[in-house]
Design a protein around this ligand. Structure first.
Ligand code: UD1
Length: 354
């Protein structure tokens, strides 16, 4: 029976996942020590999440954000190892697919501490994404793979991962959306227009793709209100490309939103445009159609159920057509991401089995 867990977080989506799991660890009476790598460090990318979601203060805050991928991951690895040597936990919990996830998993497994990966088994099958490398390596070295869906479990089986390591619990982001967003849409037509988030390297660091996105958003702003909370990476890219002013003249550009504010914005919106993984699902949970500006998605269920549409070949007419034509499909009772109790199942499993 586990006596102590260390969890590693660092980037915005991990704070949300950790909030619901952390609460259940407390309910299960399993002590948790949290390490924050510092990957996200702006107040509106980190502190506001801890405050709004009531996440306990991390014991360690490593302050390692920015820099190239190898540098960031390597520095985090060295520092997390030091913390783990001090804490000697029974297991380390890592979340999702960021550089902090990979650093936490590697540090633990090299010290022979079992790793539990929350949100295991997702695949985009695109190895040019840093997140895909982080997922594959983390899943390979983890002792317990908590998967969010049947598709994720099947991905692991297809890679030859033993059944005994796969624990399908559902999606902790679904737990969080139920807890903090509610699911029932307000009656009547939504009036929030289009809410946009873009932050993936493949879109921000490619001048052609970024230019197409800017042109499409300007075009869309003639048809509907467009609101765009801007991630720091995207702000930098737009500024360097000289696009910030042109976009700001048509689109409401804001600071990144807190989690609960974001859920409210998604809920009120007519359509979401994004390249985020989490937002594709939040749109689905809150019954707002979504258009995803990526060549592929890990969350294939949202597409199959008709809530999400990919624009794979990025161009202005296709984006505008997809967004202006986005409509909710007929609702069904498919529940591909579990029953809203994923976090409790994770806590109980860790308590009883590790
Ligand atoms: C990271 C994750 C991505 C996740 C996203 C959520 C990796 C490889 N990617 O991407 O999977 O979807 O978080 O937001 O881990 N920056 C700031 N202030 C901050 C945070 C970042 O200025 O608070 C800057 C960084 O210095 C860097 C850039 O934004 O220049 C990108 O940050 P980084 O953490 O490398 O990756 P994300 O794009 O946020």
């Amino acid at each position: 029976m586990a006596q102590k867990i260390v969890s590693v977080v660092g980037a915005r989506p991990q704070f949300v996942k950790a909030a619901v799991v952390s609460e259940q660890l407390r309910a299960a009476g399993l002590p948790e020590v949290m390490i924050h790598t510092g990957q996200h460090y702006d107040a509106n990318m980190s502190d506001v999440f801890f405050a709004a979601l009531g996440i306990p203060e991390p014991r360690y805050n490593l302050g390692i954000g920015g820099g190239r991928h190898g540098e960031m991951t390597g520095r985090q690895l060295a520092e997390i190892e030091r913390c783990l040597l001090e804490e000697r936990p029974d297991a380390v919990v890592v979340y999702g697919d960021t550089n902090s996830t990979l650093a936490g998993a590697l540090a633990a497994v090299k010290l022979h501490i079992p790793v539990a990966h929350v949100e295991a088994g997702l695949r985009s099958f695109n190895n040019r994404m840093p997140e895909e490398i982080n997922r594959i390596v983390t899943d390979r070295v983890s002792a317990v793979l908590f998967t969010p869906s049947q598709v994720a479990s099947a991905n692991l089986r297809a890679e030859g991962i033993a059944e005994s390591r796969i624990v399908e619990v559902g999606d902790v982001m679904y737990d969080a959306a139920l807890r903090y967003g509610g699911t029932a849409r307000p009656p009547g037509p939504a009036s929030g227009g289009c809410v946009v988030t873009i932050h993936r390297a493949e879109n921000t660091d490619d001048a052609t793709r970024l230019g197409v996105i800017v042109a499409a958003l300007i075009e869309l702003s003639r048809l509907m209100r467009v609101t765009f909370p801007v991630h720091p990476r995207t702000r930098k890219a737009l500024t360097e490309a000289g696009e910030w002013g042109r976009l700001a003249a048509h689109v409401e550009l804001t600071e990144p939103l807190g989690y609960i504010e974001m859920l409210a914005a998604v809920r009120a919106a007519d359509v979401i445009v994004t390249d985020s993984g989490g937002l594709q699902k939040e749109a689905y949970f809150l019954e707002t159609p979504c258009v995803t500006l990526r060549g592929e998605t890990e969350w294939v269920e949202t597409v199959a159920l008709g809530w999400n549409r990919l624009v794979t070949e990025l161009n202005v007419p296709d984006i505008v057509a997809a967004v202006s034509g986005a409509r909710p499909p007929a609702t069904d009772d498919a529940r591909p991401y579990g029953d809203g109790h994923a976090a409790a199942k994770i806590a109980q499993f860790l308590r009883a089995t590790i």
